[in-house]
Design a protein around this ligand. Structure first.
Ligand code: SF4
Length: 344
């Protein structure tokens, strides 16, 4: 199926083009959006408020474009990981993370990723392609727990700002009244910081932004995140500072804590210095070592001490638990294993 032939993932204005092309009334676009995103139907034949002639034309020219998961794994802590087939026989991962007060879905935006961060399995796969808005939202629509999802994070495989057009389209579908009508305050897009795109995202979306920081020192960041050479953190922070962030919107910084590397007093002081003037929080994430990685896991006491030091320095910080460790829940691990299994 050609991506353009899929109805799922089209915005209301794109559905209007479809209905115009097929000679359907203008209001049909809203009706189709309602069937796709609110009533969550599985076939064009279920769109019963369209005339039989319209349904026939629509079904002939277009497919819904949904695709079920091919593999699921459940962790002992309740985290579920799903593999979804996408273009060219490849797979992307989505993780469903149930907690006491919220159920979060972690979505992928690309097949692989070109940035090669040292601590990330997806980066080791290299870049294969961008997901369409339909393929991004399919990870929600085809999820068995879709009705229970309260929050969405774009933190799975890929760099969302490298696929900004499709990501913005998917956010429009998730947050519009004619779409899923989710509050943008329940959606967070995570980036390693792509200059130019950060400000565009802040301008064109109301969702939260999370920036992967991991160390405040340029040389150290460069050694684990090649993006620092092209899009320095300093410039990314300038872009954020230049934007008037309203009180409802959250800017956070993700900070993976590695054993003996990035949690000294020196790091805490520098973080307080570079984040001055940005209303934000830091989420500390203890590193979950990847197979073959030279980076190490930190002691939990060291992570707690680092959090306390940051708070004393005026930087609001929390520790996020690593979930689903027993099912390869780290970004890209399961799909990498799946590639290997298929090659054997
Ligand atoms: S951490 Fe994100 S940007 Fe870095 S390689 Fe992994 S997917 Fe790409």
């Amino acid at each position: 199926m050609n991506r353009n032939d899929a109805l799922f993932g089209k915005t209301e204005s794109e559905l209007l083009e479809v209905s115009n092309k097929l000679g359907m009334p203008r209001y049909a676009a809203k009706q189709i959006a309602g069937w796709l995103y609110k009533k969550k139907i599985l076939s064009v034949d279920e769109m019963t408020n369209l005339s039989a002639v319209s349904r026939k034309k629509l079904g002939k020219e277009y497919d819904l474009g949904l695709s079920g998961f091919s593999e699921a794994r459940v962790s002992s802590d309740g985290t579920k990981k799903y593999l979804f087939p996408v273009q060219n026989g490849m797979f992307v991962e989505a993780a469903y993370i149930p907690e006491r007060n919220r159920n979060t879905l972690c979505l992928s935006t690309q097949v692989g990723c070109r940035w090669g961060c040292d601590f990330c399995m997806t980066g080791k796969q290299g870049f294969t392609g961008n997901l369409s808005a339909g393929e991004i939202i399919n990870q929600l629509q085809s999820l068995p727990e879709k009705e229970n999802v309260t929050n969405i994070v774009y933190m799975g495989m890929g760099e969302p700002l490298d696929n900004l057009e499709e990501v913005l389209k998917s956010l429009e579908i998730l947050t519009s009244e004619w779409g899923y009508a989710m509050s943008p305050r329940r959606i967070t897009v995570s980036t390693i910081g792509i200059t130019g795109k950060v400000s565009r995202f802040l301008k064109e979306s109301n969702c939260h932004l999370a920036v992967s920081l991991h160390t405040p020192f340029e040389d150290e960041r460069m050694s684990i995140m090649p993006v620092e050479k092209v899009h320095p953190l300093e410039k990314v922070l300038e872009e954020i500072r230049g934007f008037d962030i309203d009180n409802q919107r959250r800017i956070s910084f993700e900070y993976i804590v590695f054993g003996d590397m990035n949690h000294s007093n020196r790091h805490a002081s520098k973080l307080a210095e570079i984040l001055k003037g940005i209303k934000c929080r830091i989420n500390l994430i203890p590193y979950n070592p990847l197979p073959g990685s030279t980076l190490e896991e930190p002691y939990s006491e060291a992570v707690e001490k680092f959090r306390d030091t940051l708070i004393k320095k005026g930087v609001f910080s929390t520790i996020r638990k690593s979930r689903g460790r027993d099912i390869s829940a780290a970004c890209g691990l399961l799909s990498t294993k799946n590639r290997g299994d298929r090659a054997e």
